[in-house]
Design a protein around this ligand. Structure first.
Ligand code: ZN
Length: 417
């Protein structure tokens, strides 16, 4: 593993050093002793001791029992105190709104799902979220002052400067909605907004499948398909904070035509609706399902997609062959992304993945490997499933808040000068 970011022993960047210490401890699932923190961060023993004392007092860290291993000196592991801080995460999705409360380690403490019918007005959905948040916090018995804030994750495009959801293709009623301002006016907590895949990428890095990895991607397979990108331990947001749109990556030159004018774009090849259309063409599903796909109503498309998934689960050979063929297209997208970003690990999640992962996961490593270029043969790209399950984006949205508060950002040095 690459060395972690090094701290500096200057007191004027104490906030940065605290973040460096938290970051090192968070990445070690079994905790770190003071000596190990000092070794990994380059901070002096005295600096580490002072920082750790302050963070034990403020309840962000906790100390385990002294353990003696072999002949070595006993070590006292420090871990993040799960109850030291909490954050709320909200995933705005065409099918439902998911709200989670997570602790400092990223564990889900509470989870609520609200239906978000396609015809519901954004204002009503925001009002529902504003009612649920205090209720969730109080039901969980968490002191409100321990809540660091609320992270919102939405499909792009979004404007993070103004906290506005601009015009996501799959949230048709959400047009220039200043969601941060509207929600913050109703609840007494800071609110931040990020793109769904970026939030999920942060979540997997905070507590999930890519913990401790400097270079990782998170691929989200749903009605919309996108990627969250982390390069050299930094999240790539791009010039407008909307990085990760891969819906028009061509994965099948003879595939279905796309409104963009190309054929076989990822978005029209691997979406649930596209898979259902192929299943109808292969006479696996009846033509009545075509109405659902054409309606573009996410709930109806999902129902038809579930019918296909049921055939796959039952072991129907033709259904399995159809999904197998789509694994080749998925692998093409993953290899291309892995080549572009020279990544080490790609985590995949989203509703399509959660239902078809049993078919996809065993097929992907060799297919992806075959598509890699310009990478040393002995360093394969790892492909893994999300460790955060169905709630990956909501958990990611909460981790967004924790990340802003605790991850060592270079901007923290500038601010504290
Ligand atoms: Zn396209």
């Amino acid at each position: 593993m690459r060395p972690l970011r090094r701290g500096t022993n200057l007191s004027r960047v104490a906030g940065f050093n605290e973040a460096v210490v938290i970051d090192a401890i968070r990445r070690a699932r079994d905790g770190l002793s003071r000596v190990e923190v000092s070794e990994q961060t380059g901070l002096s023993a005295q600096t580490v001791s002072n920082i750790v004392r302050r963070m034990l007092e403020s309840g962000l860290l906790r100390e385990g029992d002294r353990v003696t291993q072999g002949l070595g000196k006993p070590r006292t592991p420090l871990t993040l105190h799960p109850r030291g801080r909490y954050a709320m995460g909200v995933h705005l999705d065409p099918l439902q709104t998911t709200i989670v409360l997570v602790n400092l380690r990223g564990d889900v403490v509470a989870h609520v799902q609200l239906p978000s019918p396609a015809q519901a007005e954004p204002d009503d959905i925001i009002a529902d979220i504003a009612v649920e948040i205090p209720r969730i916090i109080s039901d969980a018995g968490v002191a409100p002052e321990l809540i660091a804030g609320v992270g919102l994750a939405s499909p792009g495009p979004i404007d993070t400067c103004t906290g506005t959801v601009l015009e996501p293709p799959h949230l048709p009623r959400w047009r220039n909605v200043p969601v941060v301002e509207k929600l913050a006016a109703r609840i007494d907590l800071p609110v931040v907004l990020d793109k769904d895949v970026i939030a999920a990428c942060i979540g997997e890095r905070w507590t999930g499948a890519t913990l401790g990895q400097a270079n990782s991607l998170f691929l989200y397979l749903s009605t919309g398909i996108g990627v969250g990108i982390a390069v050299d331990d930094a999240i790539t947001r791009g010039a407008t904070d909307n990085a990760g749109d891969i819906g028009h990556l061509i994965v099948d030159a003879s595939g279905p035509s796309c409104p963009c004018g190309q054929r076989g774009c990822l978005g029209v090849t691997l979406s649930p609706g596209a898979l259902v259309e192929r299943a109808i063409a292969a006479r696996l599903l009846t033509g009545t399902h075509l109405d659902a796909v054409r309606s573009a109503d996410p709930a109806r498309v999902d129902e038809s997609f579930m019918a296909l998934c049921a055939l796959v689960e039952a072991g129907d050979p033709a259904a399995l062959a159809l999904v197998d063929a789509s694994a080749v297209q998925l692998a093409r997208a993953i290899s291309t992304l892995a080549n572009v970003f020279d990544t080490d690990v790609v985590a995949v999640g989203g509703p399509t993945w959660m239902r078809l992962r049993e078919v996809y996961l065993p097929r992907l490593p060799s297919l992806v490997h075959a598509g890699l270029v310009g990478r040393p043969q002995h360093k394969p790209v790892e492909v893994v499933g999300t460790a955060l399950g169905d709630d990956v984006i909501a958990i990611g949205a909460a981790c967004l808040v924790l990340d802003r508060e605790f991850a060592p950002a270079v901007s923290a040095i500038a601010l504290e000068r």
